[in-house]
Design a protein around this ligand. Structure first.
Ligand SMILES: C[S@@+](CC[C@H](N)C(=O)[O-])C[C@H]1O[C@@H](n2cnc3c(N)ncnc32)[C@H](O)[C@@H]1O
Ligand code: SF4
Length: 382
Protein backbone atom coordinates (compact mmCIF):
# COMPACT_ATOMS: atom_id res chain seq x y z
CA UNK A 1 0.00 0.00 0.00
CA UNK A 2 1.18 3.52 -0.77
CA UNK A 3 2.23 5.89 2.00
CA UNK A 4 0.41 9.22 2.27
CA UNK A 5 1.68 12.76 1.86
CA UNK A 6 0.28 16.27 1.52
CA UNK A 7 0.76 18.85 -1.21
CA UNK A 8 1.25 22.59 -0.70
CA UNK A 9 0.88 24.70 -3.84
CA UNK A 10 2.17 28.28 -3.63
CA UNK A 11 0.55 31.06 -5.67
CA UNK A 12 2.85 34.08 -5.27
CA UNK A 13 0.47 36.78 -6.54
CA UNK A 14 -1.63 39.41 -4.81
CA UNK A 15 -3.77 42.23 -6.16
CA UNK A 16 -1.84 44.59 -3.89
CA UNK A 17 0.63 44.21 -1.06
CA UNK A 18 -0.63 44.57 2.51
CA UNK A 19 1.42 46.87 4.72
CA UNK A 20 2.45 44.17 7.20
CA UNK A 21 3.11 41.22 4.90
CA UNK A 22 6.44 39.83 3.76
CA UNK A 23 5.23 36.54 2.36
CA UNK A 24 6.56 35.74 -1.11
CA UNK A 25 3.99 37.42 -3.34
CA UNK A 26 3.99 40.14 -5.97
CA UNK A 27 1.50 42.11 -8.04
CA UNK A 28 1.62 40.68 -11.60
CA UNK A 29 -0.09 40.79 -14.95
CA UNK A 30 -2.45 38.04 -16.10
CA UNK A 31 0.16 36.93 -18.65
CA UNK A 32 2.80 36.44 -15.93
CA UNK A 33 0.34 34.50 -13.83
CA UNK A 34 -0.49 32.15 -16.70
CA UNK A 35 3.22 31.61 -17.43
CA UNK A 36 3.70 30.67 -13.78
CA UNK A 37 0.75 28.26 -13.87
CA UNK A 38 2.27 26.51 -16.89
CA UNK A 39 5.56 26.06 -15.02
CA UNK A 40 3.70 24.84 -11.95
CA UNK A 41 1.86 22.24 -14.01
CA UNK A 42 5.22 21.03 -15.31
CA UNK A 43 6.58 20.84 -11.78
CA UNK A 44 3.57 18.77 -10.70
CA UNK A 45 4.28 16.34 -13.53
CA UNK A 46 8.02 16.20 -12.75
CA UNK A 47 7.55 15.67 -9.03
CA UNK A 48 4.85 13.07 -9.62
CA UNK A 49 7.48 10.96 -11.42
CA UNK A 50 9.50 10.91 -8.20
CA UNK A 51 6.70 10.52 -5.66
CA UNK A 52 3.41 9.26 -7.07
CA UNK A 53 4.41 5.58 -7.03
CA UNK A 54 5.24 5.80 -3.34
CA UNK A 55 2.65 8.26 -2.03
CA UNK A 56 -1.02 9.01 -2.40
CA UNK A 57 -2.22 12.48 -1.48
CA UNK A 58 -4.39 13.05 1.57
CA UNK A 59 -4.50 16.86 1.77
CA UNK A 60 -3.85 19.69 -0.68
CA UNK A 61 -3.41 23.33 0.35
CA UNK A 62 -3.40 26.07 -2.28
CA UNK A 63 -1.93 29.07 -0.49
CA UNK A 64 -0.24 32.35 -1.18
CA UNK A 65 -0.19 35.10 -1.91
CA UNK A 66 -3.72 35.17 -3.11
CA UNK A 67 -4.72 32.07 -5.08
CA UNK A 68 -8.12 33.61 -5.81
CA UNK A 69 -6.36 36.39 -7.77
CA UNK A 70 -5.63 33.84 -10.52
CA UNK A 71 -7.72 34.15 -13.66
CA UNK A 72 -10.79 31.97 -14.06
CA UNK A 73 -9.83 28.43 -15.02
CA UNK A 74 -6.32 28.33 -13.49
CA UNK A 75 -7.24 26.56 -10.25
CA UNK A 76 -9.22 23.96 -12.19
CA UNK A 77 -6.26 23.51 -14.52
CA UNK A 78 -3.86 23.02 -11.58
CA UNK A 79 -6.04 20.58 -9.67
CA UNK A 80 -6.77 18.54 -12.77
CA UNK A 81 -3.03 18.27 -13.35
CA UNK A 82 -2.61 17.02 -9.78
CA UNK A 83 -5.39 14.44 -10.27
CA UNK A 84 -3.84 13.34 -13.55
CA UNK A 85 -0.38 12.62 -12.12
CA UNK A 86 -1.01 11.79 -8.47
CA UNK A 87 -3.45 9.51 -6.69
CA UNK A 88 -5.56 11.80 -4.55
CA UNK A 89 -7.55 10.03 -1.83
CA UNK A 90 -11.35 10.23 -2.13
CA UNK A 91 -11.78 11.99 1.19
CA UNK A 92 -8.80 14.35 0.74
CA UNK A 93 -9.08 17.77 2.40
CA UNK A 94 -8.50 20.38 -0.32
CA UNK A 95 -8.12 23.91 1.04
CA UNK A 96 -7.75 27.14 -0.85
CA UNK A 97 -6.99 30.62 0.47
CA UNK A 98 -9.35 33.36 -0.67
CA UNK A 99 -9.23 37.12 -0.32
CA UNK A 100 -12.56 38.94 -0.19
CA UNK A 101 -13.16 40.99 -3.32
CA UNK A 102 -10.98 38.77 -5.54
CA UNK A 103 -13.76 36.23 -6.09
CA UNK A 104 -17.01 35.84 -8.00
CA UNK A 105 -19.83 33.26 -7.97
CA UNK A 106 -18.25 31.81 -11.10
CA UNK A 107 -14.81 31.46 -9.51
CA UNK A 108 -16.13 29.81 -6.35
CA UNK A 109 -18.18 27.41 -8.44
CA UNK A 110 -15.04 26.52 -10.39
CA UNK A 111 -13.08 25.86 -7.19
CA UNK A 112 -15.77 23.67 -5.69
CA UNK A 113 -16.36 21.72 -8.90
CA UNK A 114 -12.57 21.18 -9.07
CA UNK A 115 -12.61 19.54 -5.64
CA UNK A 116 -11.88 22.37 -3.18
CA UNK A 117 -13.83 21.50 -0.02
CA UNK A 118 -12.37 23.97 2.50
CA UNK A 119 -11.78 27.71 2.20
CA UNK A 120 -9.56 29.95 4.29
CA UNK A 121 -10.60 33.59 4.03
CA UNK A 122 -8.35 36.45 5.11
CA UNK A 123 -10.51 38.89 7.04
CA UNK A 124 -7.98 40.17 9.64
CA UNK A 125 -10.38 42.56 11.38
CA UNK A 126 -14.00 43.71 11.04
CA UNK A 127 -13.19 47.41 11.46
CA UNK A 128 -13.03 48.92 7.95
CA UNK A 129 -10.75 51.76 9.12
CA UNK A 130 -8.19 49.27 10.43
CA UNK A 131 -8.49 47.21 7.25
CA UNK A 132 -7.60 50.34 5.31
CA UNK A 133 -4.64 51.02 7.61
CA UNK A 134 -3.45 47.46 7.00
CA UNK A 135 -3.51 48.14 3.26
CA UNK A 136 -6.25 45.58 2.71
CA UNK A 137 -8.35 46.22 -0.37
CA UNK A 138 -11.60 44.86 1.01
CA UNK A 139 -14.23 45.78 3.58
CA UNK A 140 -16.26 43.70 6.01
CA UNK A 141 -19.12 43.88 3.53
CA UNK A 142 -16.88 42.25 0.85
CA UNK A 143 -16.10 39.47 3.31
CA UNK A 144 -19.81 38.91 3.91
CA UNK A 145 -20.42 38.62 0.20
CA UNK A 146 -17.59 36.09 -0.17
CA UNK A 147 -18.97 34.05 2.71
CA UNK A 148 -22.40 34.00 1.11
CA UNK A 149 -20.94 32.82 -2.21
CA UNK A 150 -19.06 29.98 -0.50
CA UNK A 151 -22.09 28.85 1.46
CA UNK A 152 -24.25 29.02 -1.66
CA UNK A 153 -21.95 26.35 -3.08
CA UNK A 154 -22.67 24.13 -0.09
CA UNK A 155 -19.30 24.53 1.67
CA UNK A 156 -19.33 24.87 5.45
CA UNK A 157 -15.69 24.01 6.19
CA UNK A 158 -14.46 27.61 6.40
CA UNK A 159 -11.55 29.20 8.20
CA UNK A 160 -10.90 32.88 8.76
CA UNK A 161 -7.66 34.67 9.65
CA UNK A 162 -7.53 37.53 12.14
CA UNK A 163 -4.59 39.67 13.21
CA UNK A 164 -4.16 40.90 16.78
CA UNK A 165 -2.14 43.97 17.77
CA UNK A 166 -2.17 46.14 14.64
CA UNK A 167 -1.45 49.84 15.27
CA UNK A 168 -4.73 51.60 16.01
CA UNK A 169 -6.63 48.38 16.67
CA UNK A 170 -8.37 48.48 20.05
CA UNK A 171 -9.12 45.59 22.35
CA UNK A 172 -12.79 46.09 21.44
CA UNK A 173 -11.98 45.82 17.69
CA UNK A 174 -10.28 42.48 18.25
CA UNK A 175 -13.03 41.14 20.47
CA UNK A 176 -15.76 42.36 18.12
CA UNK A 177 -14.01 40.60 15.21
CA UNK A 178 -13.95 37.29 17.03
CA UNK A 179 -17.51 37.65 18.32
CA UNK A 180 -18.64 38.47 14.80
CA UNK A 181 -17.01 35.29 13.45
CA UNK A 182 -18.62 33.22 16.18
CA UNK A 183 -22.00 34.74 15.29
CA UNK A 184 -21.36 33.98 11.62
CA UNK A 185 -20.76 30.34 12.65
CA UNK A 186 -17.26 30.19 11.17
CA UNK A 187 -16.00 26.83 12.43
CA UNK A 188 -12.25 27.55 12.26
CA UNK A 189 -10.37 30.71 13.23
CA UNK A 190 -6.64 31.38 12.92
CA UNK A 191 -5.61 34.26 15.12
CA UNK A 192 -2.12 35.68 14.62
CA UNK A 193 -0.33 38.18 16.82
CA UNK A 194 1.06 40.84 14.54
CA UNK A 195 4.69 40.36 13.67
CA UNK A 196 6.48 43.45 12.34
CA UNK A 197 8.53 42.11 9.45
CA UNK A 198 11.61 43.64 7.85
CA UNK A 199 11.05 45.17 4.44
CA UNK A 200 7.37 45.92 5.02
CA UNK A 201 5.65 49.30 4.85
CA UNK A 202 4.54 48.79 8.42
CA UNK A 203 8.13 48.35 9.62
CA UNK A 204 9.12 51.65 7.96
CA UNK A 205 6.16 53.43 9.52
CA UNK A 206 6.93 52.05 12.97
CA UNK A 207 10.62 52.98 12.63
CA UNK A 208 9.72 56.52 11.55
CA UNK A 209 7.26 56.92 14.42
CA UNK A 210 4.30 57.07 12.04
CA UNK A 211 2.62 53.99 13.48
CA UNK A 212 2.47 52.96 17.13
CA UNK A 213 2.45 49.38 18.25
CA UNK A 214 0.42 48.41 21.30
CA UNK A 215 2.46 47.28 24.30
CA UNK A 216 3.27 43.59 24.70
CA UNK A 217 1.05 43.40 27.81
CA UNK A 218 -1.86 44.87 25.89
CA UNK A 219 -1.47 42.37 23.04
CA UNK A 220 -1.24 39.49 25.50
CA UNK A 221 -4.37 40.73 27.23
CA UNK A 222 -6.21 41.03 23.90
CA UNK A 223 -5.13 37.55 22.91
CA UNK A 224 -6.16 36.00 26.21
CA UNK A 225 -9.55 37.64 25.82
CA UNK A 226 -9.94 35.98 22.43
CA UNK A 227 -8.87 32.61 23.81
CA UNK A 228 -11.47 32.85 26.59
CA UNK A 229 -14.24 34.07 24.28
CA UNK A 230 -13.63 31.30 21.76
CA UNK A 231 -13.39 28.67 24.44
CA UNK A 232 -16.74 29.75 25.93
CA UNK A 233 -18.27 29.34 22.46
CA UNK A 234 -17.04 25.77 22.02
CA UNK A 235 -13.87 26.33 19.99
CA UNK A 236 -10.86 24.23 20.90
CA UNK A 237 -7.44 25.85 20.77
CA UNK A 238 -5.91 22.88 18.99
CA UNK A 239 -2.72 24.75 18.12
CA UNK A 240 -1.16 27.91 19.49
CA UNK A 241 -2.84 30.17 16.86
CA UNK A 242 -5.67 27.94 15.68
CA UNK A 243 -9.15 27.41 17.08
CA UNK A 244 -11.77 25.01 15.76
CA UNK A 245 -15.20 23.67 16.49
CA UNK A 246 -15.13 19.85 16.88
CA UNK A 247 -14.61 18.20 13.49
CA UNK A 248 -13.15 21.30 11.84
CA UNK A 249 -9.43 21.15 12.64
CA UNK A 250 -7.20 21.59 9.60
CA UNK A 251 -5.95 18.17 8.53
CA UNK A 252 -3.30 19.82 6.36
CA UNK A 253 -1.80 21.89 9.16
CA UNK A 254 -1.70 18.84 11.42
CA UNK A 255 0.63 17.23 8.88
CA UNK A 256 3.14 20.07 9.45
CA UNK A 257 2.86 19.91 13.21
CA UNK A 258 3.18 16.12 13.30
CA UNK A 259 6.24 16.20 11.03
CA UNK A 260 4.57 14.06 8.39
CA UNK A 261 5.57 14.15 4.72
CA UNK A 262 4.52 17.03 2.51
CA UNK A 263 5.66 18.27 -0.87
CA UNK A 264 5.70 21.98 -1.71
CA UNK A 265 5.13 23.02 -5.31
CA UNK A 266 5.74 26.47 -6.75
CA UNK A 267 8.15 29.29 -6.00
CA UNK A 268 9.25 29.49 -2.34
CA UNK A 269 7.36 26.30 -1.46
CA UNK A 270 8.87 24.20 1.33
CA UNK A 271 8.86 20.41 1.56
CA UNK A 272 9.59 17.78 4.17
CA UNK A 273 9.95 14.29 2.79
CA UNK A 274 11.56 11.31 4.53
CA UNK A 275 13.44 13.44 7.06
CA UNK A 276 14.76 15.91 4.47
CA UNK A 277 13.69 19.54 4.32
CA UNK A 278 14.03 21.40 1.01
CA UNK A 279 12.53 24.39 -0.74
CA UNK A 280 12.19 25.92 -4.19
CA UNK A 281 13.80 29.24 -5.04
CA UNK A 282 11.84 32.27 -3.86
CA UNK A 283 12.52 34.08 -7.13
CA UNK A 284 9.47 33.63 -9.34
CA UNK A 285 11.35 34.37 -12.59
CA UNK A 286 14.14 31.92 -11.72
CA UNK A 287 11.54 29.32 -10.76
CA UNK A 288 9.79 29.55 -14.14
CA UNK A 289 13.05 29.69 -16.14
CA UNK A 290 14.54 26.71 -14.36
CA UNK A 291 11.52 24.49 -14.95
CA UNK A 292 11.15 25.59 -18.56
CA UNK A 293 14.82 25.21 -19.49
CA UNK A 294 16.04 22.30 -17.36
CA UNK A 295 12.82 20.41 -16.68
CA UNK A 296 13.79 20.33 -13.01
CA UNK A 297 12.39 22.24 -10.04
CA UNK A 298 14.84 24.86 -8.71
CA UNK A 299 15.36 23.19 -5.38
CA UNK A 300 17.65 24.91 -2.92
CA UNK A 301 18.34 24.64 0.80
CA UNK A 302 18.31 20.86 0.93
CA UNK A 303 18.80 19.83 4.53
CA UNK A 304 18.90 16.33 5.95
CA UNK A 305 18.02 16.91 9.58
CA UNK A 306 20.44 15.68 12.21
CA UNK A 307 19.07 13.75 15.15
CA UNK A 308 19.39 16.85 17.35
CA UNK A 309 17.45 18.97 14.83
CA UNK A 310 14.76 16.31 14.59
CA UNK A 311 14.44 16.25 18.38
CA UNK A 312 14.15 20.04 18.49
CA UNK A 313 11.45 20.06 15.80
CA UNK A 314 9.60 17.23 17.52
CA UNK A 315 9.46 19.18 20.79
CA UNK A 316 8.70 22.58 19.25
CA UNK A 317 5.93 21.41 16.92
CA UNK A 318 4.32 19.05 19.44
CA UNK A 319 4.19 21.72 22.16
CA UNK A 320 2.32 24.05 19.78
CA UNK A 321 -0.59 21.59 19.63
CA UNK A 322 -3.23 20.74 22.21
CA UNK A 323 -2.25 17.08 21.97
CA UNK A 324 1.10 18.09 23.40
CA UNK A 325 4.47 16.39 23.46
CA UNK A 326 4.16 12.61 23.82
CA UNK A 327 7.38 11.56 25.55
CA UNK A 328 6.60 7.88 24.79
CA UNK A 329 6.57 8.58 21.04
CA UNK A 330 9.76 10.62 21.53
CA UNK A 331 11.44 7.70 23.30
CA UNK A 332 10.36 5.33 20.54
CA UNK A 333 11.86 7.59 17.86
CA UNK A 334 15.01 8.75 19.62
CA UNK A 335 15.62 6.03 22.17
CA UNK A 336 15.81 8.58 24.97
CA UNK A 337 13.74 8.91 28.12
CA UNK A 338 13.02 12.66 27.93
CA UNK A 339 11.45 12.93 31.37
CA UNK A 340 14.48 11.30 33.01
CA UNK A 341 17.04 13.38 31.09
CA UNK A 342 15.21 16.69 31.66
CA UNK A 343 13.88 16.14 35.17
CA UNK A 344 15.09 19.39 36.74
CA UNK A 345 14.01 21.73 33.98
CA UNK A 346 10.63 20.00 33.64
CA UNK A 347 10.03 20.33 37.38
CA UNK A 348 10.90 24.03 37.24
CA UNK A 349 8.74 24.78 34.20
CA UNK A 350 5.74 22.90 35.59
CA UNK A 351 6.11 24.55 39.01
CA UNK A 352 6.16 27.96 37.31
CA UNK A 353 2.93 27.08 35.47
CA UNK A 354 4.37 27.05 31.92
CA UNK A 355 3.94 23.31 31.32
CA UNK A 356 1.90 20.39 32.57
CA UNK A 357 3.07 16.77 32.66
CA UNK A 358 0.51 14.01 33.11
CA UNK A 359 0.83 10.39 34.24
CA UNK A 360 0.86 9.17 30.63
CA UNK A 361 4.02 11.17 29.90
CA UNK A 362 2.30 13.91 27.90
CA UNK A 363 3.78 17.40 28.30
CA UNK A 364 1.57 20.35 27.33
CA UNK A 365 2.13 24.08 27.25
CA UNK A 366 -0.34 26.08 29.35
CA UNK A 367 -1.76 29.36 28.00
CA UNK A 368 0.96 31.10 30.04
CA UNK A 369 3.51 28.77 28.43
CA UNK A 370 2.20 29.56 24.92
CA UNK A 371 3.24 33.18 25.46
CA UNK A 372 6.91 32.20 25.84
CA UNK A 373 6.96 28.97 23.86
CA UNK A 374 10.19 29.71 21.99
CA UNK A 375 12.06 30.27 25.24
CA UNK A 376 10.62 27.07 26.73
CA UNK A 377 11.68 25.04 23.70
CA UNK A 378 15.19 26.53 23.92
CA UNK A 379 15.44 25.47 27.55
CA UNK A 380 14.14 21.97 26.85
CA UNK A 381 16.59 21.54 23.98
CA UNK A 382 19.69 22.78 25.78
C1 LIG B 1 0.15 34.64 3.73
S1 LIG B 1 -1.38 35.17 4.13
C2 LIG B 1 -2.28 34.51 2.80
C3 LIG B 1 -3.77 34.73 2.90
C4 LIG B 1 -4.41 35.74 2.03
N1 LIG B 1 -3.58 36.26 1.03
C5 LIG B 1 -4.94 36.90 2.85
O1 LIG B 1 -4.23 37.88 3.02
O2 LIG B 1 -6.06 36.84 3.27
C6 LIG B 1 -1.87 34.19 5.48
C7 LIG B 1 -2.19 34.94 6.73
O3 LIG B 1 -0.99 35.31 7.37
C8 LIG B 1 -1.28 36.34 8.27
N2 LIG B 1 -0.14 37.28 8.25
C9 LIG B 1 0.56 37.70 7.20
N3 LIG B 1 1.55 38.54 7.59
C10 LIG B 1 1.45 38.64 8.94
C11 LIG B 1 2.19 39.38 9.94
N4 LIG B 1 3.20 40.16 9.61
N5 LIG B 1 1.83 39.24 11.23
C12 LIG B 1 0.79 38.43 11.57
N6 LIG B 1 0.06 37.74 10.68
C13 LIG B 1 0.38 37.84 9.38
C14 LIG B 1 -2.58 37.00 7.84
O4 LIG B 1 -3.56 36.76 8.82
C15 LIG B 1 -2.91 36.25 6.56
O5 LIG B 1 -4.28 36.07 6.38
S1 SF4 C 1 -1.60 39.25 3.63
FE1 SF4 C 1 -2.35 38.06 1.92
S2 SF4 C 1 -3.17 39.59 0.46
FE2 SF4 C 1 -1.90 40.67 1.89
S3 SF4 C 1 0.08 40.79 0.84
FE3 SF4 C 1 0.13 39.01 2.25
S4 SF4 C 1 -0.45 37.32 1.01
FE4 SF4 C 1 -1.06 39.16 -0.12
Amino acid sequence: MKKTMSLYIHIPFCNSKCNYCNFISIVSSEKEKLTYIEALKKEIKIQAKAYSNIYSIRTIYIGGGTPSSLPLGSVKDLLQTVYKYFTVKNNAEITMELNPNTVSEEKIEEYVLSGVNRFSIGLQCINNNILEKMGRTHTLEDFEETLKMIRNQGISNISTDVIVGYPGQTEQDVLDSVKYLIKQKIPHISSYMLSVENGTKLKKMVDKGLAFLPSEEKVIHMYQNIVNTLSRSGYVRYEISNFAKPGFTSKHNLVYWKREDYLGLGAAAHSYVAGIRFSNTENIKTYVECIETTGKPPICNVKKLTNEEKKEEFIMLALRTCEGFDTNAYEKEFNENFIATHKTILTNLTKLGFLTLDNDGIIKATSKGYLVLNRIVLELCS
